[in-house]
Design a protein around this ligand. Structure first.
Ligand SMILES: [Zn+2]
Length: 410
């Protein structure tokens, strides 16, 4: 069964902390029989509840509405806290005044933080219609203005009514969607932006089925949108420097049945093999590979890892010749002996990637066909590789439209 998606939402996680802190705070400082006690706990609960209910809503409109309710509840709660602090002459930001002041400060910080995380609201305000989305695409594609083909200089282009086209005063026209994943789409651009937003903001991704429900589009459309967006992710993942420093390599097995224990399944033909190469504190490279032969694995390493890197693996025999191929190789994790970690020689980072990947694939998508496995893992490695950007993830992915050129039309 899939875990409720809202549990991955930052706003939900923060609202949960606010709820717990509020219950604790009220039990300590506010008379249990008073109305204030009830009101504050209720407001905190409503904040949390409306985020989760909103997330489970089928319609986007209701989602936004419930998020609005959540936001209003937390706003009221914040006011209650500020009232309490003022009436009791507690300076909110004065750490010297001890425990109570600190409690309020924490809660106010969290409440402010959760309001920040109502990013869907901010998102919808920024991209309130297709025209706003198109304008943004234009900015991405022509960051230095549009060079007119006729006038041979950067000129002022104005939007043509009812068409995704801009025109110079001389009559020369450009279409910002040409050559992007949006070219010739009949799906509203705002839906595309929403799909990109949701794919970048959730930890494990969402299924096409869920997108279909949220946007009210057909399953086929939702599925194709994801497919196109994953092309942006794959493009962003490719290229860049070779992985260097300490690099962990491992393989995992997707699909089929049975417990996934490294050795047991290395020969299992029903499972698909994914190789993971992760630079510590750096990027991950994930690839759906044919088999776990030494030749296959070592070729992947040669293609993506600097020969100066220190490669950490388990003691699987296919890796035993890495040193002959010029790598600094260390293997000493013997899974079969339960010796998982020994000092710096471990593959815990790549194993963490496997756990996120599997939680996503089995939890969100349940079944992934062999044909699309690489696209799914591209999505996971993209999120992993951009994990330090958090609030910029949407912009970073959308920005890829300028780098991905010729594509098949949806
Ligand atoms: Zn012109």
């Amino acid at each position: 069964m899939s875990q409720a998606g809202y549990k991955y939402l930052k706003s939900y996680q923060l609202s949960l902390v606010i709820y717990d802190l509020t219950v604790y705070f009220c039990n300590c400082w506010i008379d249990k029989r008073s109305r204030t006690h009830d009101q504050m706990v209720q407001a905190a609960r409503s904040g949390k509840q409306n985020i989760s209910e909103g997330y489970l809503e089928k319609s986007l409109k209701m989602y936004i509405k419930l998020l609005g309710v959540a936001r209003a509840s937390l706003g009221e709660l914040l006011e209650d806290y500020e009232d309490f602090a003022r009436q009791n002459k507690i300076p909110v930001w004065d750490l010297e005044k001890g425990h109570l002041s600190l409690d309020i400060m924490y809660i106010i910080c969290y409440t402010e933080a959760v309001k920040e995380y109502f990013s869907l609201g901010t998102f919808l305000k920024t991209y309130k219609n297709d025209e706003a989305c198109l304008d943004h695409i234009k900015e991405i594609k022509y960051p230095d203005g549009i060079l007119c083909g006729k006038c041979q200089k950067v000129t002022n282009f104005t939007k043509i009514k009812d068409r995704p086209v801009y025109q110079c005063s001389c009559g020369y026209q450009i279409s910002p969607l040409a050559g992007t994943i949006f070219e010739k789409t009949t799906t509203p651009l705002q839906y595309w932006f929403y799909a990109i937003f949701i794919m970048t903001q959730t930890r494990s991704g969402i299924s096409a089925k869920q997108l279909q429900r949220e946007l009210g589009v057909t399953y086929k459309t939702a599925w194709r949108m994801f497919k196109q967006i994953r092309i942006l992710m794959a493009n962003a993942n490719s290229g860049g420097d070779l992985l260097d420093g300490i690099v962990e390599a491992d393989e995992t097995f997707i699909g089929g049945k049975g417990v996934n224990r490294a050795y047991q399944w290395r020969a299992d033909k029903r499972k698909e093999v994914v190789m993971g190469i992760v630079q510590r504190r750096g990027k991950a490279y994930l690839k759906h590979i044919r088999n776990t032969n030494s030749w296959t694995l070592i070729n992947q390493l040669k293609e993506h890892v600097s020969p100066k890197a220190f490669v950490m693996t388990d003691d699987y025999s296919a890796y035993r010749h890495l040193i002959e191929h010029g790598f600094n190789h260390h293997y000493s994790i013997v899974h079969s002996d339960k010796e998982y970690v020994r000092g710096k020689i471990h593959t815990q980072n790549v194993e963490n990637v496997w756990s996120i990947l599997k939680r996503g694939i089995y939890g969100v998508y349940r079944v992934v066909s062999k044909k699309y496995l690489q696209a799914y893992i591209d999505e996971y490695s993209w999120r992993y590789n951009n994990r330090q950007y958090q609030d910029k993830m949407f912009d970073r992915l959308l920005g890829e439209i300028a780098n991905v050129k010729v594509l098949k039309v949806v």
